[in-house]
Design a protein around this ligand. Sequence first.
Ligand code: NAD
Length: 259
Amino acid sequence: MLKARSAIVTGSTSGIGLGIAKALAAQGASIMLNGLGDAQQLAAAKKAIADLGVAVDYHGADMTKPREIEDLVAATAKRFGSVDILVNNAGIQHVAPIEKFPDERWDAVIAINLTSSFHTIKHALPLMKARRWGRIINIASAHGLVASAEKSAYVAAKHGIVGLTKSVALETANTGVTCNAICPGWVLTALVQKQIDARAAAAGQTDAQAKIALVSEKQPDHEFTTPEDLGALAVFLCSEAGRVVRGASYVMDGGWTAQ
Ligand code: NAD
């Protein structure tokens, strides 16, 4: 379905980003990977995509650096001839009460989880408009719609990306480019394992106990969403029917935000 399309997936060296990159590659899209990681992790991510029979490359842009982000978009256009799909996924978390929240962590969360998407969209959109087709998918969160304590920067950034999504969707409403957000609930990735470790240590729980406590506290289904589930939703947004989905914040959260 996506043969002859090329995709940038930011933060795709692990977790949700890698899952979405694999799902797009399985539909035939060429993939520009991005994210942090050692040589072994980068090679494994590239191999996972190459094994699906599509072209793959990697760009190491740091999502806190606007000039590097601009180069990521330009390098992808040069490598594959176009940027058709942009998945803004790179993200970090920091958990602390606001009085103790380090200034530097606030700036980093806002830069990576929100401002980087402004820069990628700004540079990729003209390329998409020129080809009269494009799909921008912003990975927000249930925290783009509701809040939790001690996650002020993350909740602010994720609410921000939901707003950015709507604004870009309106600006592109009469073009072949769509912009939507995906709002996952808990997904068992490195970002969440850190929170499970902290919870297990604080409550004297085993890893398994901390996992079920964490997911059950928010999600009525008591089940983690997977990168594969989210990949399937991203593929749908890239489909023909996806052309009429504009400015949506699509939840995949096991009922978290229905409460
Ligand atoms: P993860 O830690 O596995 O992946 C994060 C990715 O971002 C990695 O590839 C990492 O290298 C990259 N990254 C971090 N800092 C970067 C930087 N400065 N420059 C470039 N890349 C950088 O975590 P994940 O859970 O897969 O998170 C992916 C996205 O999904 C994030 O935006 C996160 O907020 C969102 N999300 C996660 C969950 C969850 O439960 N895991 C839920 C909702 C939303």
